[in-house]
Design a protein around this ligand. Structure first.
Ligand SMILES: Cc1cc2nc3c(=O)[nH]c(=O)nc-3n(C[C@H](O)[C@H](O)[C@H](O)COP(=O)(O)OP(=O)(O)OC[C@H]3O[C@@H](n4cnc5c(N)ncnc54)[C@H](O)[C@@H]3O)c2cc1C
Ligand code: SF4
Length: 222
């Protein structure tokens, strides 16, 4: 639904396919549509929800292999990925306890758009969390992945009015479809003549959360 400030409020259960196809998203937040359509497969997108996509678990293969040590699955057992197959793992914000990345494409575009997450707790309390604060970096407790409290649910995601500039989402992956990002970038660049007036850059596949490259943003406009 439209917000009073000129943005969009997306219900937690809105399907990825429906969000990508919404004419308002396509015209005002094109990089969100591009990111959604770069994720998973058509069948999965038809089922995947906005909240579920934000809260999906890592695709680190050792997390799913119960024969291997994994601090995220079993705290204190170690991290098999450190010395293992880790080409798809984190290069930013990692720790000695875990180098897993967050796999969502949608969340990267939402990070570039400064989305806000509305939540509701079992007692009925509501709060709003900036998308940059939703996911935690691993530090010594990689099994704690978000700042959500016990039983706290995502109710909706609010997109502020689209910022000025051209939006684009690019994803580098091993196959043209149905593959997670080796690295992805969501960028919004506003130009004035041959100068960059404002820039927003968010990266995916590089950290345990969608990564806003704030230093690069300042360098481009500074
Ligand atoms: C083979 C495969 C390939 C994929 N490739 C990609 C890809 O390239 N890019 C990409 O972005 N995604 C990819 N995905 C993920 C997919 O797009 C879905 O978004 C993801 O699986 C979440 O789906 P879901 O909505 O069914 O969430 P669920 O699996 O139902 O939920 C995920 C988690 O979120 C919790 N949750 C759900 N809703 C709420 C809520 N409202 N409040 C609190 N907690 C909640 C659930 O309890 C669960 O813990 C892939 C998935 C598969 C299986
Ligand atoms: S990177 Fe994280 S999820 Fe993967 S094995 Fe290490 S601790 Fe587990």
């Amino acid at each position: 639904e439209e917000t009073a400030e000129g943005g969009l409020r997306v219900g937690a259960q809105v399907r990825n396919s429906d969000l990508a196809a919404d004419p308002r998203v396509r015209s005002r937040y094109p990089m969100l549509t591009q990111a959604l359509l770069a994720g998973a497969s058509g069948q999965i997108r038809n089922k995947a929800s906005t909240s579920g996509n934000l809260l999906q678990r890592t695709r680190c293969p050792y997390f799913y292999d119960r024969n291997m040590p994994c601090n995220k699955r079993e705290p204190g057992t170690g991290c098999a990925a450190l010395q293992g197959f880790n080409r798809m793992h984190a290069v930013l914000g990692e720790s000695e306890a875990c180098i897993a990345v967050h796999p969502s494409d949608m969340a990267v575009a939402m990070a570039g758009l400064d989305a806000r997450i509305e939540t509701i707790s079992p007692g009925g309390e509501t709060r709003t969390i900036s998308i940059g604060d939703l996911h935690r970096l691993p530090e010594a407790t990689p099994h704690v992945e978000t700042v959500l409290g016990h039983g706290e649910m995502i109710a909706a995601v609010t997109l502020p009015p689209p910022p000025p500039g051209q939006q684009v989402y690019r994803k580098v992956r091993d196959r043209a479809s149905y593959a997670f990002a080796l690295v992805s970038v969501a960028a919004i660049v506003e130009k004035s003549g041959d100068r960059i007036r404002s820039a927003r850059i968010a990266m995916g596949g590089v950290a345990a959360k969608p990564w806003r490259a704030t230093e690069a943003e300042h360098m481009l406009t500074g």
